[in-house]
Ligand binder design. Structure first.
Ligand code: GSH
Length: 315
């Protein structure tokens, strides 16, 4: 079996979601520590432009977005699926809300002045300036990532009340086992909770506190070996992308297989990836591209949250 390689950094909440899923499944993986800000030359050699964190690699196949990464890991998961059967539709919808709207709420809390003052990254004026500049470029052209503090606090409290009620008589939001909703809520609660100055937001929510401890166990159950970005690129170069059985292309796109396309997220981080179209079905977009260092690659995206268009087409 080809190793799964997670390109991530320690403070990244969406990476934490994937680390915890790995911990739950018990699947071993390798990880590459990538920079939190641009430039990210090794990552870009693999993705072709996508810079968000995390990215997962399996040989010469590159998977963008934690929603897709969760699916790929789940396919190899020897335990109960984190997508379940009963309640699957509700779970997917709830995870999407959590990873988008609740993420903005938590960014609002984490980037409030009191939290920034206590954050080691922001202690160094130069590092802080570089980070702020990087994130301004990252979110350019889209709505602000953080929602204003009073609204963020209100929505956070209200969501904690709902979680508290949900967790009163059950170990996980998914029931006896965690599901994707647990992992989506976990990484964002972790993002807030890991900062001591913000821990007060969890006061009075004892069921949530006990659940955080249960989820922390998965997060700590890491079985990872760290490799360099260069090693990850050599691994890609030594593999061929996996053949996809019966690849489909949505006829409404009016794009032929093999046409040069570009893929962009629909929410933020509008750095396009270009390549030849391989798949664009209801679930996935896959493009083939070549990189001088990494060789032939296949880059995969979820269809939800990403747009594919002919290269050079601005409509
Ligand atoms: N929908 C994406 C969101 C990923 C995301 O926003 N990641 C943040 C870090 S947690 C990011 O990319 N920040 C900028 C960067 O790392 O360059 C996913 O689920 O993977």
């Amino acid at each position: 079996m080809t190793d799964l390689i997670l390109h991530q950094y320690a403070e990244s909440p969406f990476s934490e979601k994937v680390r915890a899923i790995f911990g739950f499944t018990g699947l071993p993986y390798k990880s590459v520590d990538i920079p939190a800000i641009m430039p990210k030359p090794d990552l870009i050699a693999l993705t072709g432009g996508y810079r968000r964190t995390p990215v997962m690699q399996r040989g010469a196949d590159i998977f963008c977005d934690s929603a897709l990464i969760a699916e790929v890991i789940d396919d190899q998961n020897p335990k109960t699926s984190i997508f379940g059967q009963a309640g699957k539709a509700q779970a997917i919808a709830a995870a999407r809300w959590t990873d988008s709207e609740f993420f903005r709420v938590c960014v609002g809390l984490v980037f409030q002045p009191a939290a920034l003052a206590a954050n080691p990254r922001f202690k160094d004026a130069k590092a802080a300036e570089a980070f702020v500049k990087d994130r301004a470029a990252f979110t350019a052209g889209g709505p602000a990532l953080a929602i204003p503090l009073p609204r963020a606090e209100a929505v956070f409290r209200e969501h904690m009340r709902a979680l508290e009620e949900s967790l009163k008589n059950t170990s996980f939001l998914g029931g006896d086992n965690p599901n994707i909703v647990d992992f989506s809520n976990w990484h964002l609660c972790w993002f807030v909770h890991r900062q001591e100055v913000l821990r007060r937001y969890f006061d009075g929510f004892s069921a949530v506190g006990a659940w955080l401890e249960r989820m922390q166990v998965f997060s700590s159950a890491l079985q990872t070996t760290t490799i360099s970005g260069d090693e990850a690129i050599s691994i890609a170069k030594g593999c061929e992308p996996r053949k996809i059985d019966s690849p489909k292309i949505d006829p409404l796109l009016e794009i032929d297989r093999g046409a040069q396309v570009q893929v962009l997220p629909t929410d933020y981080g509008f750095q396009p990836v270009s390549g030849a179209l391989v798949v664009a079905d209801d679930k996935h977009i896959v493009i083939a591209r070549e990189d001088e260092r990494a060789g032939h690659l296949q880059v995969h995206f979820p269809r939800y949250g990403f747009e594919v268009s002919l290269a050079g087409d601005s409509t």
